[in-house]
Design a protein around this ligand. Structure first.
Ligand SMILES: CC(=O)SCCNC(=O)CCNC(=O)[C@H](O)C(C)(C)COP(=O)(O)OP(=O)(O)OC[C@H]1O[C@@H](n2cnc3c(N)ncnc32)[C@H](O)[C@@H]1OP(=O)(O)O
Ligand SMILES: CC(C)C(=O)C(=O)O
Length: 503
């Protein structure tokens, strides 16, 4: 498939239909700008008739001066079409149910009435000088002859592009290929597809449609959307580029950044094993794999897709399945040299800890190495002297930290949305003059039950070059555990930075 495909992103429309998700206008604008930077061709900004707020937002995105085309969704009703026109969109995506099941039980119109409504809507859009996409909703459950009749009718009315939605995600990839091929043989305007992920094959179906001749694919960031969601943009695009050798306008180096933004704003978290943009997409723990990857990354990675291509980073994780090559490399990164015997002993101890179900952080590896080598490895640049945090229903969470940094005393206070946020921000402020780090990941788990449970905090921090270090701490007080883990991680990062600056 050595061709160019365009990408239609519906994160702000179908993506926002994810149950429980509602984005603010500001968040939608930021996502729209990010999608423009990513290189999306068309952005479905929303469904303007659905509320005044939605209309204002679609209008704001349409007037933002983005390079991409802004599209609004509309039923085949004049009020919906007018709402889109009023928003100044570049394209209107109008839809109507064509399957018997939806036609009979929802819109309650005859087949002839549906064709007439579709044609009227397309003519109305074209009369207003706007690009038009027409969707036969539930196309994949629509009688084929009738479906082609509808598509031919809207083509005759001047429609620019037709969409084939697999509205309830029931297609097998081979059936999707055949359906798009059949439509492509009958209709002369471009074809777009919109696949839902009810059986987890939305991406496969989108790719089969592309193989069969669809020139545009509808996707969302992180595959969010109705029920099990839509085809995932990162997966579709990377398959097209790396497996099929096709081209799109997507600047793939922004894929991770975009995924994180949408994850953050929607609160829909990606599992670590999410392809391409998940935390583990380029992480290796198993000894045999890590050994290979350290020699040549392609040994245990696809090679045709690298972390750099998608704005990600390769990570070597030390844990139960680690081997000595990985441990040696991680220790070397911390400036720690060992003999073969010491390395073997460190590995045994690491595996003992991991076998108890514990995650191994850089701080653990550092501590184990100190114990095995029988000396304190590295100085603690930051030594916490005092920490307090205030919170309450009438108090803005505020934290104060005081520490010895090298030979100097430093103190800082900061606010946050809660006590932990305030505490971490106070630490970041306190060390700001000394080094720049930001908290990259934070997780908190209760490791015993009850309100006096011991909480375990795992934190990773990142320096200005994207280098990451992790640490853990446990305490009955979550704010104390958080500050402790953060300072431990920063101390290790500072040790590593000294080493890197000598390289
Ligand atoms: C597959 C998809 O993702 S389609 C997009 C789905 N997205 C959304 O529904 C999100 C936004 N929706 C909304 O805000 C509301 O549903 C609105 C404003 C569109 C309509 O709200 P309401 O008027 O309260 O109607 P409600 O949502 O309960 O029912 C849908 C109505 O649209 C009609 N309808 C559905 N699709 C179409 C269509 N393509 N063309 C014409 N009418 C349609 C239904 O027949 C029903 O009409 P009725 O009230 O005359 O029986
Ligand atoms: C509006 C249409 C294309 C849709 O979202 C669907 O059918 O799933």
């Amino acid at each position: 498939m050595n061709t160019h495909k365009t990408i239609f992103d519906t994160t702000l429309r179908d993506g926002e239909q994810t149950p429980g998700v509602s984005l603010t206008n500001e968040q939608k604008l930021k996502i729209a700008r990010q999608l423009d930077k990513l290189g999306v061709d068309v952005l479905e900004a929303g469904f303007p008739v659905s509320s005044d707020g939605e209309r204002q937002n679609v209008r704001a995105i349409a007037n933002e001066g983005l390079s991409l085309d802004v599209c609004g969704l509309a039923r085949v009703l004049t009020k919906d079409l007018d709402a889109c026109i009023d928003c100044n969109v570049d394209m209107i995506h109008t839809f109507v149910s064509t399957s018997d099941i939806q036609r009979i039980h929802t819109i309650k119109k005859s087949r002839e009435e549906v064709v007439a409504m579709a044609v009227n809507a397309v003519e109305y859009i074209k009369d207003h000088g706007v690009k038009c996409m027409f969707s036969a909703m539930d196309a994949t459950r629509t009688d084929l002859d009738y479906l082609i009749e509808v598509y031919k009718a809207v083509e005759g009315a001047g429609c620019d592009i037709i969409n084939v939605p697999d509205t309830v995600g029931i297609m097998a990839p081979s059936s999707m290929y055949q359906l798009v091929k059949n439509i492509n043989n009958e209709v002369n305007i471009p074809i777009d597809v919109h696949c839902h992920n009810d059986f987890g094959i939305a991406v496969a179906n989108s790719l089969m449609a592309a193989e069969a001749g669809a020139s545009q694919i509808q996707v969302t960031i992180n595959g969010i959307g109705e029920r099990a969601g839509n085809a995932n943009l990162a997966e579709v695009v990377m398959c097209l580029h790396s497996i099929y050798g096709a081209k799109t306008n997507i600047n793939t180096e922004y894929l991770l950044e975009t995924a994180k933004m949408v994850e953050n704003y929607t609160g829909i978290h990606m599992p670590a094993n999410t392809p391409i943009v998940g935390d583990n997409a380029f992480a290796h723990e198993s000894g045999i794999h890590t050994h290979g990857v350290l020699e040549k990354s392609d040994t245990f990675e696809p090679g045709i897709m690298t972390p750099e291509m998608v704005g990600h980073k390769r990570r070597i994780v030390i844990g139960k399945h680690a081997g000595k090559h990985a441990v040696k490399k991680s220790l070397e990164d911390m400036g720690i040299e060992t003999t073969e015997e010491q390395l073997d002993e460190i590995l045994i101890r690491i595996k003992d800890i991991a076998n108890k179900g514990k995650r191994i952080c850089d701080a653990d590896l550092h501590a184990v190495a100190s114990a095995v080598l029988g000396r304190n490895l590295g100085n603690e640049t930051i030594i916490l002297k005092e920490f307090s945090v205030m919170t309450g229903n009438l108090t803005t969470p505020t934290a104060v930290v005081r520490a010895k940094i090298g030979d100097e005393e430093a103190v800082a206070s900061n606010f946050g949305v809660g006590p932990i946020d305030a505490a971490l921000k106070a630490v970041e402020l306190m060390i700001g003059g000394y080094t720049k780090v930001k908290v990259r990941d934070f997780s908190l788990e209760a490791i015993t039950g009850g309100s006096d449970a011991l909480a375990e905090v795992t934190i990773s921090v990142e320096d200005e070059h994207g280098r990451v270090v992790s640490a853990q701490s446990a305490s009955a007080d979550i704010a104390t555990a958080s500050v402790d883990a953060l300072i431990t991680a920063i101390n290790i990062l500072l040790e590593k930075k000294k080493l890197w600056s000598m390289e």
